[in-house]
Design a protein around this ligand. Structure first.
Ligand code: NA7
Length: 536
């Protein structure tokens, strides 16, 4: 990179303008810092900008999945549904950007491509995709956990004559599939949300399923204004409950019994009640779903029974039953009419474990069994989760250490916030923090608050840099793995484990020690003068 003359000097540089980036810009500007944001998209929204596929919807309830930092914002924004649609969340984030005058701080259509730490000046020298250079004291990566999409390199894909779509970068005007033969690959959350809607619109939908997924009904509905009002009157304790709870996903968490302590009838009653209520509560109506195989099996049996009673053709139902991993170790999906969609005469389920894809042809997809003629092909094939967006930037820390080299055997961070060797580089909901296992907005606010307070401390003390100590980081990485190993998560091939990406180290990426307990550890570390960090 060239000399400092051409570089723009800022205090803080923020990558991403989703929930994390917007709040980071807001907090850091309020500290009196000069801030610069960059965002690859043409607008704000992050995940909710890109993932516009039919049926895209949050699986955390809207009153919980929203910022809590501004009571005025809380009062003036009225969520209309129990689970907010992508469109509504995007409108919300656009409103936040305007209300707090954040857009002027962001360069849209611009990516950070390289970041080099300069020991002499203790600044980050940054280069963006528009060839602009910056010198920044603090670099905040709010670049998202599920923002680096993955398109499998299927043989012959380039030859396909029809239209190709990815759920993770859906056309802004939407897609009209009327009269079309559509193929869809992937049955994670994105596939499961979009399949019922595409099936209703198109002439024929062929679903190419590699691994069946567990899904529970959302029972989405309009938010009752009176119920909303009642909740608004109790909002601060409601928010605090999310922050201090174990999952931050479910309001009013209470202690639950072990599945194995319950009589079978009581267990069934409990599961039925959670099923009827809808959403992921089912997984948390017992305390040991994710730690005890026997407990997990009872949930698996319950869900298998629901799939069998919903899907009329027993052979199709059998193909939809997940059997190769414990429930919840791949993300539990939340759907509207997913399993029932396979009763439609215009939907075909292709089980790729039985009949793998051999190639994409100019006119469709050929498996080992048949050729499926298609007009459009939709990929809902996931992301390089948690580390993908960070490693997509050429980041070099002290002594030229490349982040990609430091993380060759898996990410190494202290608290999922900072990495040894990379002073003043912060990640929002990075690997080793509760992140994707939590309510992302709750975790984002906590991380950004921690980062802002740490930066304020540095400035008060006239200290240039913060950096985690190697031994504190080693201990944290070991703790994250140890807690992960007490759960069933390592039993699945999942993006939590990095195993959806060929060649990616198989490491459990998030911290499963609980959102409230994690927050408490962060608070204690800060109160102890940022134990485990070197402030120099
Ligand atoms: P996911 O959950 O990673 O799902 C991707 C799906 O694509 C999953 O069913 C994969 O099967 C399938 N896949 C991936 N590669 C292939 C190939 N080569 N052939 C066939 N099928 C393939 O991504 P989503 O976008 O649905 O959801 C990501 C998260 O976003 C979600 O959990 C929410 O948090 C929001 P596999 O299971 O790997 O066999």
């Amino acid at each position: 990179m060239s000399g400092p003359e051409s570089a723009r000097r800022v205090d803080a540089f923020v990558v991403g303008a989703g929930f994390g980036g917007l709040y980071a810009l807001y907090r850091l500007r309020a500290l009196g810092l000069t801030v610069q944001g960059v965002e690859a998209a043409a607008g704000v929204g992050g995940t909710w900008y890109w993932n516009r596929y039919p049926g895209a919807r949050c699986d955390v309830e809207s009153m919980a999945y929203s910022y809590s930092f501004s009571p005025e914002l809380e009062r003036e924004w009225v969520w209309t549904e129990r689970y907010a649609s992508q469109q509504e969340i995007l409108r919300y984030l656009e409103h936040v950007a305007d209300r707090f005058a954040l857009r002027p701080l962001i360069r849209f259509g611009t990516r950070l491509v390289a970041a080099v730490y300069e020991e002499r000046t203790r600044l980050w020298r940054l280069r963006s995709s528009d060839a602009q250079e910056y010198l920044a004291r603090y670099l905040i990566m709010a670049s998202g956990c599920l923002s680096q999409p993955r398109l499998p390199p299927l043989p012959g894909l380039d030859s396909f004559g029809g239209a190709v779509y990815q759920t993770s970068s859906w056309p802004h005007g939407g897609v009209d599939f009327t009269g079309q033969r559509v193929g869809l690959i992937g049955t994670g959350s994105s596939g499961i949300q979009s399949i019922p809607i595409i099936a209703r619109q198109c002439a024929h939908l062929t679903v190419f399923q590699r691994t069946p997924n567990f899904s529970v009904p959302a029972h989405n509905r309009p938010l009752d204004p009176q119920a909303r009002q009642a909740l608004m009157e109790n909002y601060p304790p409601f928010r605090e409950g999310l922050r201090r709870g174990f999952t931050s996903l479910i309001p009013n968490e209470t202690a639950q019994p072990s599945a194995l302590e319950l009589e079978p009838e009581e267990r069934e009653r409990r599961y039925q009640a959670a099923w009827c209520e809808g959403g992921i509560r089912l997984m948390f109506c017992i305390c040991d779903a994710i730690t005890n195989e026997g407990a997990n099996d009872t949930l698996v049996d319950f869900l298998h029974a629901r799939i069998r009673e919903t899907v009329k053709d027993p052979q199709i139902a059998a193909r939809l039953l997940p059997r190769t991993y414990p429930l919840g170790t791949k993300r539990l999906c939340v759907d509207t009419d997913y399993y029932a969609t396979f009763n439609r005469p215009n939907v075909t389920l292709v089980a790729l474990r039985e009949t793998p894809i051999e190639e994409v042809t100019p006119s469709g997809v050929r498996t080992s069994m048949a050729h499926y003629a298609l007009d459009s092909l939709v990929f809902a094939t996931g992301f390089d989760a948690m580390t993908g967006a960070l490693l997509a930037v050429d980041i070099r820390g002290r002594d030229g250490l490349r982040l990609a080299d430091a993380w060759r055997e898996g990410p190494r961070m202290y608290l999922g916030l900072m990495a040894h060797g990379f002073p003043n580089l912060f990640t929002v909901t990075g690997p080793g923090s509760p992140s994707v296992l939590s309510n992302m907005v709750v975790s984002i606010e906590q991380h950004v608050d921690f980062i802002a307070e740490l930066i304020a401390t540095l400035r008060e003390r006239g200290v240039a840099t913060a950096e985690p100590q190697a031994d504190a980081q080693d201990a944290w990485v070991a703790h994250v793995a140890e807690v992960g190993d007490t759960t069933l998560f390592p039993r699945a091939e999942s993006w939590y484990m990095g195993s959806n990406i060929p060649g990616k180290p198989r490491v459990f990426l998030p911290y499963v020690g609980g959102v409230g307990p994690y927050r408490k550890q962060c608070e204690e570390i800060a109160a102890a003068g940022y134990r485990g960090f070197t402030l120099s």
